[in-house]
Design a protein around this ligand. Structure first.
Ligand SMILES: NC(=O)c1ccc[n+]([C@@H]2O[C@H](COP(=O)([O-])OP(=O)(O)OC[C@H]3O[C@@H](n4cnc5c(N)ncnc54)[C@H](OP(=O)(O)O)[C@@H]3O)[C@@H](O)[C@H]2O)c1
Length: 410
């Protein structure tokens, strides 16, 4: 078991990328260079790292150099810090050796992965090593899947406090959101769709709502995510498919499973986007379905994938401007239903765009929370989820420092 005597609390791995730079900026603004948090910026190119450090004005933050394909450099990196938080993605392409190094070294780890097939592969390959070394590995610490996973955790905590039992069903409905995509996210989406087309086993992992659960626990009452337009009486409006539902739902169900089913064995969960009432709401739900279908079909075939990459989607290193991030936001409604039919509603909000402004704060606070708030006696080494590893302390951090809200809607 690793002793906690590392030089750093947190290393931001990939600090030269679009999202990694925002995470570094966030940590510098909130925690400074040499305060209570000892942290460093890591990447593969020292001069680029140094230029980013100058641009964000983070004088005095140490730089660490390695390469995602060189296990020895990653072991050396992991050995120097309590936590690695990484934005080097697509994770299925560049992330595997780092997870292996952290599991070996007993270094806690968090990332922004949304690639279920890769997360499944990492759990299967490294869970025993992480349990032995004491490394807590927490994937999905961005917009997918912190608002969903902590939102359900928060709603269920309140449900038990108010009525002595959890809700047996929770629906998450996106009321509003504004933001854009970056090159790394576009590349990750392309890779997942391409991999699923080429390998049936990957397609099965993506399709099964319970595929991130432990072995023997991969069945339950939930069906695959909403694919088309549907009227939802709980919000009195039409809804369409939500692109993040596939990963978020799997993470929420894994949180339930790895904690011993605090939400119940028959717990049901779903996500969708509210498009509005009446004919206009229905038309928008149909348009959303067609748009998402078109993107996924486009990503599955080489010629259209080329066109999407070349003319529609951002390139690596690109993403929404500062103004777009600051003008962005999200507002999510959660509706819990008790066994007797009563409802409990909550909202999860952020005051910056979901994918980058809010995500960089979520990943940064998840890393600090792993380093400072959650001792190994409480959460042992292994593969966890945001809610099961970080739960209440992370909700408090996000409320206090990252502009997020978790509220019960009376
Ligand atoms: N879940 C969410 O809500 C969410 C939100 C945002 C992003 N993401 C994910 O975050 C990831 C990054 O996205 P992004 O747009 O920030 O990507 P990006 O701008 O392309 O940055 C990628 C980073 O990876 C580094 N890198 C690439 N190959 C490397 C190697 N061999 N060794 C070390 N570093 C290497 C790059 O270094 P160089 O600068 O030297 O090229 C860069 O720092 C993607 O997987 C994306 O899906 C998820």
């Amino acid at each position: 078991m690793r002793k906690d005597t590392s030089e750093f609390d947190v290393v931001v791995w990939g600090a030269t990328g679009f999202t990694g730079r925002l995470v570094a900026e966030y940590l510098y603004e909130r925690y400074g260079a040499s305060g209570e948090l000892r942290w460093a910026m890591g990447g593969r190119n020292e001069s680029k790292l140094s230029a980013v450090r100058d641009e964000i004005g983070a004088d005095g933050v140490p730089l660490l150099v390695g390469d995602a394909g060189d296990p020895a450099s990653l072991d050396a990196l992991a050995a120097q810090t309590r936590v690695v938080c990484t934005t080097v993605g697509p994770y299925a392409k560049y992330g595997s050796e780092l997870v292996a190094a952290c599991a070996r070294q007993g270094t806690h780890y968090c990332d922004l992965a949304g690639e279920a097939q890769w997360i499944r592969r990492m759990i299967d390959a490294h869970e025993e090593t992480a349990a032995r070394s004491g490394a807590r590995i927490v994937h999905c610490c961005g917009f997918d899947s912190i608002p969903s996973d902590l939102g359900v955790h928060f709603l269920q905590r309140e449900a038990v406090a108010r009525h002595g039992e959890p809700c047996e069903e929770v629906k998450l409905r996106v009321r509003a959101m504004k933001g854009g995509a970056s090159g790394g996210t576009a590349a990750s989406l392309m890779l997942v769709v391409e991999a699923a087309r080429e390998d049936r086993r990957i397609a099965r992992v993506l399709k099964n709502p319970y595929s991130l659960n432990p072995e023997g626990e991969r069945e339950g009452p939930d069906r695959p995510d909403q694919q088309g337009a549907a009227y939802d009486e709980d919000v009195d409006a039409w809804t369409g498919p939500f692109v993040m539902a596939a990963i978020n739902g799997k993470v929420v169900r894994r949180s339930n499973a790895v904690q011993g089913y605090p939400y119940g064995r028959d717990f049901r969960y779903s996500e969708a986007v509210i498009t509005g009432p009446g004919l206009a709401g229905h038309a928008k739900a149909l348009a959303l379905t067609a748009g998402l279908g078109g993107l996924l079909v486009g990503a599955a075939f080489a010629p259209s994938r080329y066109l999407l990459n070349r003319f529609v989607l951002p390139s690596p290193g690109e993403g929404p401007s500062r103004q777009q991030r600051e003008n962005g936001f999200f507002n999510l409604r959660l509706i819990g239903r008790y066994a007797d039919g009563r409802r409990l509603r909550a909202t999860v909000t952020a005051d910056r765009d979901p994918g980058y402004g809010a995500t960089s704060g979520m990943l940064a606070e998840a890393a600090v929370c792993l380093a400072q708030d959650v001792p190994r006696e409480r959460v042992a080494g292994g593969f966890w989820t945001p809610a099961s590893a970080l739960g209440d302390p992370l909700i408090e951090r996000l409320r206090a420092r990252a502009g997020m809200g978790f509220e019960i809607a009376e």
